[in-house]
Ligand binder design. Structure first.
Ligand code: FAD
Ligand code: 2HG
Ligand code: ZN
Length: 468
């Protein structure tokens, strides 16, 4: 291994090959704290050529690589296993915005550009890059592409795969595929770009991307709405779609348990409504600077639904500070639940029409497995995507962890029975690789293995992630 470390140092410079426990510590544990591995080394290349040299050296030495961006992934896919034999390849130094074309509506970036910096670059060109995640201050566009991230703007703009036009990828043998074509139309064979989107670092290292930009939407109408049930939230969604059309950009749900955790653990958070409700919705309309019908459309939506009994009360933001405070209630849930203690995460999608039935049926099933278990239910209800994250009965984390296999199986079985998905947006990573394969047909798993074998015949790219 000394040979490999020498090659890596020659490729990126001594200071960018980290091996001491202190230096590698932040790269080997994931955000949840559940996955903690060991690394042979952490390598921080500064260019596509350096990534290619690192990957070629690892290929030659038959050493596995774990690509890593901002290390905000929630399924353990960006950290090494416990063997101490894997190299973590961090894209953190590759943060250049290569070019912006406001006329065509494209931006070309290094994979290590942080999502919040990408927003700023788009804004400076008078455009919008719409992807919006609670982790946007740390996650990278390479990680977003590798996980096909979702977030709160999917309802209007789609998942990451709908925002990308072309990629640059270092293949497992060190060759570079330059697919940085910013064309809306290109029917010249298999769509290789889309093959790498959502591949979680198992097929190659994404080093650059051409992304779509959209017209800026600086105007907003935002409300935090108390609703009596999931059914009522779905009814509100229907009315909001009719009233706001393309301007409806966010439609998020949270149960009372989720709000309670935010109010308990996040400094400065306050309940904008006061009278407790079982469920809440964050709804936002967004439009161009010249758009002046947003407030009216939001008020009409709420008016229609109050009359029908689907809305109990609402707080409408009238200043940017009030808007941020409402968003903080939604975006603070992950962090607040982490502070509360152990969390058993489930990131599921169901047909929207089944969400109310599913949430009411699964709760008693889980309560028989672990009496008093607390579902912290929230997420992108407009996409049919719930984060059905369980907290233990207060002070009983060990019991939650002991019951975890039974609880997760009950949830996944019922999701599969309803034709849903056990990973809506976070990917499979290490946490769900086995479960992912077990809910797919043998044909589908065979096809996935054939793709993996074709691109990474030696199995050196992120082994143990995505495919068991
Ligand atoms: P990492 O965590 O570093 O890596 C994630 C995966 O991508 C790993 O498998 C890794 O090997 C691979 N990878 C990373 N970079 C590359 C690359 N350049 N080439 C090839 N493979 C690569 N996710 C959502 O979808 N929606 C949300 O709303 C959302 N909200 C979040 C909120 C919080 C508070 C947190 C902590 C996380 C949230 N996430 C969300 C999850 C996470 O932020 C996303 O999965 C994000 O896309 C990961 O980006 P990253 O740069 O941190 O990737
Ligand atoms: C969100 O929508 C994220 O807030 C994170 O996808 C969900 O922490 C989670 O489970
Ligand atoms: Zn989410």
């Amino acid at each position: 291994m000394t040979d490999l470390l020498d090659h890596l140092r020659a490729a990126v410079g001594d200071t960018h090959v980290l091996t001491s426990p202190d230096d590698v510590a932040a790269y080997v544990v994931d955000w949840t704290g559940v996955h903690a591995g060991r690394a042979l080394a952490v390598v921080r290349p500064g260019s596509t050529e350096e990534v290619a040299a690192v990957v070629a050296a690892c290929h030659e030495a038959e050493v596995a690589i774990v690509p890593q961006g901002g290390n905000t992934g929630l399924v353990g896919g960006g950290v090494p296993d416990a063997s101490g034999s894997q190299v973590v390849l961090s894209l953190g130094r590759m943060r250049t915005v290569r070019s912006v074309d406001a006329v065509t509506g494209t931006i070309t970036v290094d994979a290590g550009v942080v999502l919040a910096d990408l927003h700023v670059a788009a804004e400076e060109a008078g455009r919008l890059f719409p992807m919006s995640l609670g982790s946007e201050g740390s996650c990278t566009i390479g990680g977003n592409l590798a996980t096909n991230a979702g977030g709160t703007a999917v309802l209007r703009y789609g998942m990451t795969r709908e925002l990308v036009l072309g990629l640059e990828v270092v293949l497992p043998d060190g060759r570079v595929w330059d697919g940085l074509r910013g064309l809306r139309k290109d029917n010249t064979g298999y769509d290789l770009t889309q093959l790498f989107v959502g591949s979680e670092g198992t097929l190659g290292v994404i080093t650059g991307a051409v992304l779509r930009l959209f017209p800026a939407t600086p105007r907003h109408a935002t409300a935090w709405v108390a609703v009596p049930s999931v059914d009522a939230a779905v009814a509100l969604l229907g009315v909001a779609r009719d009233r706001a059309g393309v301007h409806l950009s966010t439609f998020e749900i949270a149960n009372r348990q989720a709000l309670d955790l935010v109010l308990t653990h996040l400094p400065g958070a306050s309940d904008p409504i006061g009278e407790p409700s079982d469920w809440y919705v964050l709804v936002e309309l967004a439009g161009a600077a010249t758009e002046d019908g947003l407030d009216g459309a939001l008020e009409a939506t709420l008016g229609d639904t109050v009359d029908a009994g689907h809305v109990l009360d609402a707080a409408i933001a009238s200043t940017p500070a009030q808007r941020s405070a409402l968003w903080a209630l939604r975006e603070g849930i992950s962090e607040a639940q982490k502070v509360e203690g152990a969390t058993l995460k489930h990131d599921v999608t169901l047909p929207i029409a089944d969400l109310a039935r599913w949430t009411s049926e699964i709760e008693p099933v889980l309560d028989t497995i672990l009496p008093g278990v607390r579902p912290v239910t929230y997420g992108h209800v407009g996409d049919g995507n719930l984060h059905y994250n369980l907290s233990a009965p207060v002070g009983r984390d060990a019991e939650l962890l002991a019951a975890a296999p039974d609880l997760s199986r009950a949830i996944y079985d019922s999701v599969a029975a309803a034709n849903g998905s056990i990973s809506a947006e976070h990917g499979l990573g290490r946490t769900k690789a086995a479960a992912g394969a077990s809910y797919k047909s043998a044909v589908e798993v065979d096809l996935m293995r054939a793709v993996k074998k074709a691109l990474d015949p030696d199995g050196l790219m992120n082994p143990g992630v995505l495919l068991p």
